[in-house]
Design a protein around this ligand. Structure first.
Ligand code: HSE
Length: 309
């Protein structure tokens, strides 16, 4: 029996103005274990999948499971496939939250599978496969490397990746109990943006990178403003506009939708508990339950935590 366990962190994409480019890894990890059961009799292509933690009640445990699909794609690519596969997921990243749970599942499946069969794929190969499957390099890339990253697709489709400096800090995440699929949050966006809105974001994307690197709290608030996606998405989530205001009143230096939402991310040097409570109260006021986390930045990305053969 050969077994590999990897962890992959949560990620918050966009960070306000860096729509589809910037992403930040957070210290909340999913754990994926792949086990190859290679007895002579165990010739089965049906995976055995067990899931505990976040999404255990709603994620599929059949061949449509994302970890399985990623592993299966890798086995096909490298031309090696265990005769029987067990997958165990310990999920801490809430599903459908705007915290990169799909990116974590895809990366977990690819990375564990690559190690399990000595697939020999490079980091670039894995990142390309993950982005093809998941479509959001602003989640995939920070989950892979940790910290703050910039991922820009070239006209030839290849990713240009930069790992950017970031000061240690904690981020308050509040997830309202509201279903907003990423596809729906993307469908709400216009196909064209006014030039003035593009200019608004270009300048702030530069400022936000600099403010995060320096831990410059006064600069971070104005830098994290956005006109390309948040104005269209915030109205889709009950209480979200009030949640932004409540976070700021409670002392947050900057607030952003986490990815496509429905989570909100608040950045502050202190008062994290009070900020989380204020945001949760804003959702309670519109009848939505919510959950909150205060998470340090994950300075390192995915990790292999055990390997047994
Ligand atoms: N940049 C993507 C979006 C992230 O905002 O739609 C999706 O997780």
């Amino acid at each position: 029996m050969n077994s590999i366990t990897v962890t992959v962190p949560a990620t918050t994409a966009n960070l306000g103005p860096g729509f589809d480019c910037l992403g930040l890894a957070l210290e909340l990890r999913n754990v994926v274990t792949l086990t190859a059961v290679s007895t002579e009799t165990a010739v089965s292509h049906t995976p055995s999948i067990t899931i505990e933690g976040e999404g255990a009640d709603k994620l599929p445990a059949d061949e449509s499971n994302l970890v399985y699909q990623a592993a299966a794609r890798l086995f096909e690519r490298v031309g090696v496939r265990p005769s029987a596969l067990r997958i165990h997921q310990q999920n801490r990243i809430p599903v459908g939250s705007g915290l990169g749970s799909s990116a974590a599942a895809v990366l977990g499946g690819l990375l564990a599978a690559n190690a399990l069969v000595d697939g020999g794929l490079s980091d670039a190969d894995i990142l390309q496969m993950a982005t093809e499957m998941e479509h959001h390099p602003d989640n995939v890339v920070p989950a892979f490397y940790g910290g703050l990253t910039l991922a820009v697709a070239g006209e030839d489709g290849r990713l240009h990746i930069e790992q950017l400096p970031i000061s240690p800090m904690k981020v308050v995440i509040v997830l309202p109990d509201f279903d907003l699929p990423t596809a729906e949050a993307r469908a709400a966006l216009p196909t064209q943006a006014p030039l003035a809105d593009a200019v608004f974001n270009i300048g702030r994307a530069g400022l936000v990178v600099r403010a995060l690197a320096r831990g410059d709290w006064p600069a971070l608030g104005p830098a994290m403003q956005d006109k390309l996606h948040q104005p269209y998405r915030i109205p889709l989530i009950p209480g979200m506009a009030a949640a932004f205001a409540a976070a700021e009143t409670a002392g947050a230096a900057a607030v952003a939708l986490s990815g496509a939402g429905p989570s909100v991310a608040a950045f502050a040097p202190d008062n994290h508990g009070a900020i989380a409570q204020a945001v949760m109260d804003a959702f309670t006021a519109v009848g939505l339950a919510s959950r909150a986390w205060t998470l340090p930045i994950a300075q390192s990305g995915w990790a292999s935590v055990s390997s047994r053969s």
